[in-house]
Design a protein around this ligand. Structure first.
Ligand code: NAD
Ligand code: ZN
Ligand code: ZN
Length: 347
């Protein structure tokens, strides 16, 4: 098997909170059980911005390449890889690999493995012409697929699909989706495809318009002082499930005010900080507060199936790798409508 060697273009974080450098770096070589993937398109998740800004308690080791929505083609195989061949279409997601042996891996909760590696965080990611994936963890994509269209499913799709399941809201019930960004606008479509009624909330009017366009039954301005009351009125007593994708701690407090008695709030957004939890309300209303982190490989296969069958469509904003710093500025300002996808293979 011919190795792919030489250099590649990549967006590199060298210091937290500073612009990324676009530079040539060596093409990585796949180790045992790994594959080298030629990245055709990579989505840009707000997590990449948190990573580059060093927002979270556990920080990546500098320098590193972010990106964890990388869709592309297997270009070379590491030793022992049997289930993939050069030319196969795959996706590299946040969960790069896990130990396979711990209690979480053994019970279908590999996303909780303490020995996992995370793409674009603890191992280099997909804002590059090539990236390494693990044979047992890459998402399998259909041959001749539209890479840009499927890239956002690798994080925004699987994370919201799983997050909705975690609310335990059933068809015919209401879900409130807070934050209509890259994650939220796809979440609305999964929720509709799953038979739920959706009320979407965001602070930006254009996001509420996008929410309605992609199928939300109602849209509420999150920064209206009466927003929670509006949701309670619309849903006849509060949403059965709430999915919080907003990058704002106030959205987490608001979720507690608009959830129905016995309802579940699935926390997905990761703004740095805390929010106050009113014990009395949580206890007396029997509210469940639940964190949700990406999705397992099984969740990924299910989430991908929805997209491949055309039941969910990311609204795409196409950009080039070289534009990553302006893309980050847009995300920070809440100015991206849908998901930015870097067309990395475009000359
Ligand atoms: P994004 O920037 O595309 O979208 C965030 C949206 O939140 C924007 O539309 C913004 O206007 C909206 N918003 C801001 N303040 C709000 C408020 N008070 N109420 C309602 N909406 C508000 O970001 P994204 O890529 O969709 O990611 C969202 C968050 O989810 C990030 O923190 C990211 O790190 C996190 N994330 C978590 C997981 C997970 O597995 N838990 C996976 C992916 C992303
Ligand atoms: Zn992500
Ligand atoms: Zn494990």
């Amino acid at each position: 098997m011919a190795a792919v060697t030489g250099t590649m273009r990549a967006a590199v974080v060298s210091a937290f909170g500073k612009p990324l450098d676009i530079r040539k770096v060596p093409i990585p070589q796949p180790g045992r059980g790994e594959v080298l993937v030629r990245i055709m398109a990579s989505g840009v998740c707000h997590t990449d911005l948190h990573a580059a800004d060093g927002d979270w308690p556990v920080k990546p080791t500098l320098p590193f390449i972010p990106g964890h929505e990388g869709a592309g083609i297997v270009a070379a195989l590491g030793e022992g890889v049997a289930s993939l061949k050069v030319g196969d279409a795959v996706g590299i997601a946040w969960l790069h690999d896990s130990c396979g042996r711990c209690e979480y891996c053994l019970t279908g909760w590999e996303t909780l493995c303490e020995r996992q590696h995370d793409t674009g965080y603890s191992v280099n990611g997909t804002f590059a012409e090539y990236a390494i994936g693990h044979e047992s963890f890459v998402a399998r994509l259909p041959p001749d697929c539209d890479f840009a269209a499927l890239a956002p499913i690798l994080c925004a799709g699987v994370t919201t699909y799983k997050g909705i399941l975690e609310t335990e809201a059933r068809a015919g019930q209401w879900i409130a989706i807070s934050g209509v960004g890259g994650l939220g606008h796809i979440a609305i479509q999964y929720a509709k495809a799953m038979g739920l009624y959706v009320v979407a909330l965001d602070v930006a009017a254009d996001k509420l318009q996008l929410a309605r366009q992609v199928g939300a039954d109602a849209a509420v301005q999150a920064n209206d002082p009466q927003a929670a009351e509006q949701v309670i009125a619309l849903t006849g007593g509060g949403a059965h499930g709430v999915l919080v994708t907003a990058v704002s701690t106030s959205a987490f407090s608001q979720a507690l005010r608009m959830v129905r008695r016995k309802g579940t709030i699935s926390l997905v957004g990761l703004p740095p900080g805390q929010f106050a939890t009113p014990i009395f309300d949580v206890v007396l209303k029997r509210i469940t507060l639940r964190g949700s982190i990406v999705g397992t490989r099984k969740d990924m296969a299910e989430a991908m199936e929805f997209a491949v069958k055309g039941k969910v469509h990311a609204t795409l904003v196409h950009r080039r790798l070289e534009q990553i710093n302006e893309v980050f500025a847009g995300l920070k300002a809440g100015k991206v409508d849908g998901r930015v996808v870097l067309d990395i293979a475009r000359p």
